[in-house]
Ligand binder design. Structure first.
Ligand code: FES
Ligand code: FE2
Length: 348
């Protein structure tokens, strides 16, 4: 079975909805190459293409004429051209030309998806109810993007993971996997939930990264996680921001993007800094892949049996569940600040 056929079967079997929120599609610039890009996400196929104003547009990929795949077409004069009969669609998804006919059928349009660019990354908005994001539901602008002290490269790796994305999100509260999986015993660990944001504050030691580790991180919505992390790396204090984002492909698979951006190290040449950055990216990636191996091989547990200091797994899942409900059904308590300290052997 082709991958697309599998997607269709899986969607038909499960009445499933994909989380409401902004989902990261990696470095925005990669989409500005004059070509249409295929996106197999949210159980369907979309096409991304840039117009001459630099804006990246995302449309449903299947042409309403006879169903061909627009992402296999071309981009001409700010339009995506269907490979089958060359109907042309503008950035809004409206057919603006049928090459062999003057009258354009009024129904010849394809759905346009809301996009935004932040921190040089492209995001697409998913909402099964069809509404745009409410006020404040944004991907935050990182001030480090405005500073020359940082190298603005995300060094993104993408991988397909065959499990449901909740496994990944659970990690936000899992205080006691850091020692066994990452060799990073935890000395302080807390979470704060407020609205669409879920924070984690972590203090510990890292064998991989070679010393003290301080990480403050947050999920902005269900799928985009930024971490500010300071650590001692080979005797050098390194400041970095990690990106951990995913986009569901089917209910039981997602594309995971892991990226890392670092701050220039004082007293070092750009060349040396870049080398440290690359080594650091590899170190962090290796640490992240230790989680990936676990996710790939575990089963889904809806009611985990927890020990006393296990971290707020149930609270996290309640928070995560809001993205799968209609907005008017989200409990008002979700907007309140809830702080849970799981480990307090040191100060935050
Ligand atoms: S199927 Fe797209 S133009 Fe015919
Ligand atoms: Fe982890």
């Amino acid at each position: 079975m082709t991958q697309l056929a599998e997607i269709k079967v899986e969607n038909a079997l499960e009445s499933h909805r994909y989380a409401r929120g902004w989902h990261c599609l990696g470095d925005a610039d990669q989409y500005r190459d004059g070509k249409p890009h295929t996106l197999d996400i949210f159980g369907t196929r979309l096409v991304a293409f840039a117009t001459s104003d630099g804006k990246i547009n995302i449309l449903d990929a299947f042409c309403p004429h006879m169903g061909a795949d627009l992402s296999h077409g071309t981009v001409e004069d700010d339009r995506v051209v269907c490979p089958f009969h060359h109907w042309k669609y503008d950035a809004g998804g409206k057919c603006v030309e049928v090459p062999y006919c003057k009258r354009i059928p009024p129904k010849a349009k394809t759905k346009k998806w809301l996009t935004c660019e932040e921190n040089n990354l492209l995001f697409v908005w998913n909402n099964p109810e069809g509404n745009p994001p409410r006020e404040g539901v944004v991907i935050p602008h990182l001030p480090e993007m405005d500073s020359d002290e940082w190298i603005h490269e995300w060094n993104i790796d993408i991988m397909r993971i065959d499990t449901n994305p909740r496994e990944l999100v659970d990690n936000l509260v899992d205080a006691h996997h850091f020692g066994p999986v990452h060799g990073t015993p935890t000395s302080y660990f807390s979470n704060i939930f407020e609205g669409h944001i879920g924070h984690q504050i972590f203090r510990g030691d890292s064998e991989h990264l070679g010393g003290g580790l301080a990480a403050d991180s947050a999920y902005y919505g269900p799928a985009t996680h930024f971490t500010r992390i300071n650590s001692n790396f080979g005797g050098v204090e390194v400041h970095a921001i990690l990106l951990n984002s995913h986009v569901p492909v089917t209910p039981n698979s997602f594309d995971l993007r892991f990226g890392c951006m670092v701050k220039r190290v004082a007293g070092m040449s750009d060349e040396q800094t870049r080398q440290i950055a690359l080594d650091y990216v590899v170190g962090n990636r290796n640490s992240f892949y230790q989680d990936v191996i676990i996710w790939k091989n575990k089963i889904r547990i809806d009611k985990p049996v927890l020990a006393e200091t296990d971290g707020p797994v149930y609270q996290l899942r309640e928070w995560y569940q809001q993205f799968f409900m209609n907005e008017d059904q989200v409990p008002a308590s979700m907007a309140e600040r809830r702080e849970i300290v799981t480990v307090a052997l040191s100060k935050p």
